[in-house]
Design a protein around this ligand. Structure first.
Ligand code: UD1
Length: 420
């Protein structure tokens, strides 16, 4: 397994271009299943999760070409409606094929994702919503088997007990081909859902209210293949912002979805970072000499994203005082805490709250993480730490950060990958 070696202490300076959003590309690639023909998607990041969903689409029978940020997906040959365990267990988001397969082909069989390092992650709300649209759902041998009524899925009023992101996406993709009107209430409002809605509209879907907590879909009889440009990744952008903070650096960032980062930007400003906007999607982020401690609480969008919690904690480990970080979205998303402590951080955990006492510096150490964003926080801590940090299980990082060592090296970081 690859390792990342980081020699900390370099001030990062220079320019970085943010890649396409993983969490928008995944549902949009799944959405291609809703129509026959070849869809062309641009700004697709080169990531392990993207290769996983491409492989899943191929197993379903689609032809998928991934090349230089572009995906060409021909779904006409799709003839297999099973998402197998060996792929789903490596990426929970594989469950995103359930809604489109069921809507387009009337049947689907998707492995239940199983355990997850960051807490219990059921898909009960996806299934409850599909059942409300008339699907017959059974659980057999570790698989969800779903069957639409003979006349196809039926529009329904669906209240989501929690604003689940992939759940909203699955139901949205099912609703666009259902008969009649579907109203999703308490829908998730994450920007990636609006991007998916944009892609579905490009296919001919009729959707209103994406980005709000009530999404109304008027089902159509059929959809067409699309051309679509995926939004940039707000979490990658936020991670580079923190990199400027922990290294007291100055990073010019291009293709930043600034409008989706308001809460993150506000918290980072409170921590002392400065933001100098250069038009709509470029910004120069400068880290302060002294980092202020700031409390954060993760919440569904537009609150502070859980996917930025670990990275923000790395910043707070180096702040001038005490900060309280509360995780409300997942029940066990503190895997990075023990690893950050191995680098000298002073963190106490109490239930879903971490109390971080900032220190003047961290010390490099061998560390590993079993979750994507936890790994990112360890890279950030390693960039700031004195001495060498050796991060193992880099495949977690590769799930969500495109060429991270290249991008950081170009900014002056001393980071290299050792191939296993
Ligand atoms: C998505 C993101 C992930 C992010 C998360 C929260 C993708 C591919 N992944 O994950 O990066 O961390 O949103 O912003 O977009 N829940 C249920 N029942 C369900 C579904 C969810 O109880 O049927 C609970 C979960 O256990 C969790 C909460 O709802 O506590 C939010 O999870 P959810 O929004 O579904 O996360 P994902 O869509 O899996």
């Amino acid at each position: 397994m690859d390792k990342m070696i980081i020699d900390g202490g370099e001030r990062l300076e220079g320019e970085v271009t943010i890649s396409g959003a993983k969490n928008a590309a995944l549902p949009i690639m799944a959405a291609t299943l809703l129509a026959d023909g070849t869809s062309v998607l641009e700004n697709i990041p080169d990531l392990r999760d993207i290769r996983t969903i491409a492989e899943l689409l191929r197993r379903l029978g689609a032809q998928v070409d991934l090349d230089s940020g572009r995906a060409e997906i021909n779904t006409s040959p799709v003839n297999n409606l099973i998402a197998p365990y060996d792929l789903v267990r490596t990426m929970r988001a594989s469950v995103l094929v359930l809604g489109p397969l069921l809507a387009r082909h009337g049947r689907a069989q998707v492995s239940l994702p199983g355990g997850c390092a960051i807490g219990t992650r059921p898909i009960n709300l996806h299934l409850k919503g599909l059942a409300a649209m008339g699907a017959e759902i059974t659980l057999e041998h570790g698989y969800v088997k779903a069957k639409a009524p003979s006349q196809g899925l039926q529009g329904a009023e669906i209240f989501l007990d929690l604003p689940t992101v992939t759940g909203t996406e699955n139901l949205l993709m099912a609703a666009v081909l259902a008969e009649g009107t579907t109203v999703l209430r308490n829908a998730a409002r994450e920007p990636e859902i609006s991007d998916l809605a944009g892609a579905l509209s490009a296919m001919g879907a009729q959707i209103e209210g994406s980005g709000t907590d009530v999404i109304t879909v008027q089902g159509v009889k059929s959809l067409e293949a699309m051309s679509y440009n995926v939004m940039p990744d707000r979490i990658e952008a936020g991670t580079f912002m923190v990199a400027a903070g922990v290294t007291h650096g100055r990073i010019t960032m291009r293709q930043v979805p600034l409008a989706t980062l308001t809460t993150v930007e506000n918290r980072l400003r409170q921590a002392g970072l400065t933001f100098d906007r250069q038009g709509e999607d470029a910004v120069v982020v400068t880290g302060p000499a002294v980092i202020n401690s700031v409390d954060v609480k993760t919440e569904p969008y537009p609150g502070f994203p859980t996917d930025m919690q670990a990275q923000f904690m790395a910043l707070m480990c180096l702040a001038s005082g005490l900060s309280v970080i509360t995780e409300t979205v997942f029940d066990n998303r503190f895997i990075h805490v023990d690893e950050l402590k191995r680098m000298g951080a002073d963190i106490r955990l109490s239930g879903n709250t971490a109390i971080v006492e900032g220190l003047p510096s961290l010390l490099g150490a061998p560390v590993m993480a079993t979750d994507l964003r936890a790994s990112a926080s360890l890279v950030l801590a390693g960039l700031a730490a004195k001495g060498q940090t050796e991060l193992s299980r880099v495949y977690h990082l590769d799930r969500g950060y495109e060429r991270i060592e290249e991008k950081l090296s170009a900014l002056g970081a001393r980071i290299r990958r050792i191939k296993a």
